[in-house]
Design a protein around this ligand. Structure first.
Ligand code: PLP
Length: 453
């Protein structure tokens, strides 16, 4: 019913190919075939303009937690836009939605985290974090504590600081990154890098790289360690059980701030409101975005513990930093409505005790498929490692990523959106996924694996 005439479809593709530069895309290659035009979403489904219906197992870009088509959110935004579409929060002014949202976030975040600086998304949240933690140490009279330790293959955004904090070397190669005083240690990627070690041995090994790095640099030089509780864009890398307790111990021992980048994992994705709770972390800073507004409008933030906020507020003087859209009223209104819906529908609990275990049980069985070397999942984020040889976890003879891309295309053609990270297939479906939709996801994933095999 939503199919436009072919001419209109082609017109959109032509406009796009002629004038739109896509993020993370070989635009020249895309322009040859034309981008797929997505024009509608409802629940966990999206439709392209040819009428193809797809189960969006990526929730957009990890963000559509409450699913598409929630008119309540649109109504809240509409009302806010009519009342006050914009005002800044720079010059000793505030407004109702930003104040309410800051309060609400303090209520639902881990106990010690009670203060939020707002941004437009996750990348600029990490830029803000970098300046804030250095400012924190400088305010305490320790300006030499500047270095931020991150991890290889981490993703912390695409701004200069975000991409520098991230550990993706192909991003560093463009734009002369990373910026100074950022360094990367190994990731807890047992399937890919653990060799003959048990997961727990490997987790400890990787955690202790943090201690080695701190000792190498000197603790008086290190400001913070940043990590995604579960690496998302790197391939849904779920750390071994031994990893996080050891990292927490090391951060405590050397007084290194722990920054949890919960841009993906925040707001129910791992079955608690924050993955910091899932992994029993005590972060000093939590970066948020994505599911905060369930993607309905752009908004992110940096949440600080009372200990940090106290120094920044009471000793730091003016923090010389801010965005025009810090605390945008309409985005805050969207976030408030999304958080209200999450509460009302008890979504973290639904993920933890109902749909999470239901999907996990079925997802983990995909490891029986001859093409799958490992299936893993926490909450509602999962990965399948594709391999030509399960026993040896071998890589494919063709260029890395070729099979993953093929699988992704088969997904699209069969009504399922999965993402390929190299030859790892990943999912992060909306948290409102029903049992029937979970069954459909598994059936389609199985069919796609058969096609790829
Ligand atoms: N941090 C993490 C962990 C992310 O996954 C992302 C985006 O995927 C970002 C930061 C960047 O967020 P944004 O794309 O909103 O700038």
């Amino acid at each position: 019913t939503n199919n436009p005439p072919a001419s209109q479809h082609n017109a959109i593709q032509l406009q796009d190919a002629g004038h739109h530069i896509h993020p993370f895309t070989d635009t020249k290659a895309l322009n040859k075939k034309g981008a797929r035009v997505i024009n509608r979403g409802e629940g966990v489904y999206v439709w392209d303009d040819q009428g193809n219906k797809m189960l969006d197992a990526m929730a957009g870009l990890w963000c559509m937690a409450i699913g598409y088509g929630r008119t309540e959110v649109a109504d809240a935004v509409h009302a806010q836009m009519q009342e006050l579409p914009y005002y800044n929060t720079f010059f000793q002014t505030t407004h109702k939605p930003v104040a309410e949202l800051a309060k609400k976030l303090a209520e639902i975040s881990p106990e010690a985290i009670n203060h939020t600086f707002f941004t437009s998304g996750g990348s600029d949240a990490n830029d803000t974090m970098l300046r804030l933690v250095r400012h924190y140490w400088a305010s305490l009279g320790k300006p030499s504590k500047k270095v931020i330790i991150s991890r290889k293959n981490a993703y912390h955004g695409s701004t200069v600081a975000g991409a520098s904090l991230g550990g993706m070397t192909f991003m560093h190669e463009q734009g002369d990154l990373p910026i100074p005083n950022i360094t990367h240690i190994g990731q807890p990627y047992w399937y890919g890098e653990g060799g003959d070690l048990t997961p727990d041995e490997f987790g400890l090994l990787r955690a202790r790289e943090l201690e080695e790095k701190i000792l190498e640099l000197g603790e008086d030089k290190v400001a913070a360690f940043i990590a995604e509780p579960v690496q998302g864009a790197g391939g849904v890398i779920i750390p071994p059980d031994s990893y996080w307790p050891e990292v927490q111990r090391i951060c405590d021992k050397y007084e290194i701030l722990l920054v949890a980048d919960e841009v993906i994992t925040g707001f129910g994705r791992t079955g608690e409101r924050f993955a910091s709770e899932t992994y029993d972390l005590k972060p000093d800073v939590i970066c948020i975005a994505k599911a905060l507004s369930s993607g309905y409008l752009p908004i992110g933030g940096v949440m600080l513990s009372d200990r940090l906020a106290d120094v920044v507020i009471n000793q730091g003087g003016e923090f010389e930093h801010g965005y025009t859209y810090s605390g945008h009223p309409a985005a805050c209104a969207a976030a408030l409505k999304v958080l209200e819906i999450m509460d009302r529908e008890d979504l973290p609990n639904y993920v933890k005790n109902d749909i999470g275990p239901y999907l996990q049980e079925r997802w983990l069985k995909l490891a029986d498929h001859p093409l799958v070397g490992e299936a893993r999942m926490v909450g509602l984020m999962g990965a399948l490692e594709l391999t030509p040889d399960k026993a040896t976890r071998a890589k494919f003879a063709v260029k890395a990523g070729t099979v993953g891309l093929m699988c992704r295309e088969f997904c699209f053609d069969n009504g399922l959106v999965m993402r390929a990270v190299g030859d790892t297939m990943i999912i992060s479906p909306p948290l409102v996924l029903s049992h029937d939709e979970a069954d459909e996801l598994i059936a389609k994933a199985t069919a796609v694996l058969d096609l790829t095999y």
